[in-house]
Design a protein around this ligand. Sequence first.
Ligand SMILES: [Fe+2]
Ligand SMILES: [Fe+2]
Length: 269
Amino acid sequence: MPTFIQISDPHVVPKGQLVCGHSDTAAALRSAVAAINARLPALGPVDCAIVTGDLTDHGTAEEYAHFIEIMADLALPWRAIPGNHDSREGMRGAFAGQDWMPARGPVHWLRDFGPFAVIGLDTLLEGAHHGWLAEEGFAFLSQSLADLGGHPVVVATHHPWLHCGIPAMDADNLRNGAALMDLLEAYPGPARMISGHVHRAITGQIGRVGCMIAPSTAHAVNRDLRADAVHALALEPGAVVLHSWLGTQPGLISDVLPVTLNPALWPFD
Ligand SMILES: [Fe+2]
Ligand SMILES: [Fe+2]
């Protein structure tokens, strides 16, 4: 059963630092790596992990080195796309040895899993928090979809087009996502979209395209829709998402796995 694990928004900072003085993102990613490794024997073969952006908080070489040090313990190969907190050149410098990292330009890639393929798209607009798929991104997507010719596809982006209902986050989503969704709507095969950025587990449907936003391994964006609410982060439990292709009802299922493990099990009878 082809499977990958989505890790999103780890926001790693230099050693000894916390995000905004509150969130120990390095400890959260270490916890996620340990939880994934511990679960792997029970999950069956997992092909790889896909990190959907905001690998670091500021995109510095020091932060990427810290990220790499933590991810070295993950018992899976992994690949990534950038988020608004990343630096494209910072990623290129840190991940130059990875076969998915292009030597220049945006960080787009295509990964074939057999019964489905994942297209990773770089939606980073340097200097902005909102996402933008540049012309070359649309060209890469169009060519990839043409090559796949109706094969089931998952498009992975950091910024979602799916609205989450939190006004400040919806203002900073993939602002030209409607055009991307038009391409997926016209695609002659099954299409899904997975993203990050909102630090919450949110699913929705746009036309015939199922969309999912993954939680962060660390802090969440608080959901408070009151008029006087302060846009805030919150230390909610972190999680990753297991995406598996089931042969029984061909399609991708997505299971949110917490980054903390509770080893207490008892028979369900
Ligand atoms: Fe983020
Ligand atoms: Fe983000």
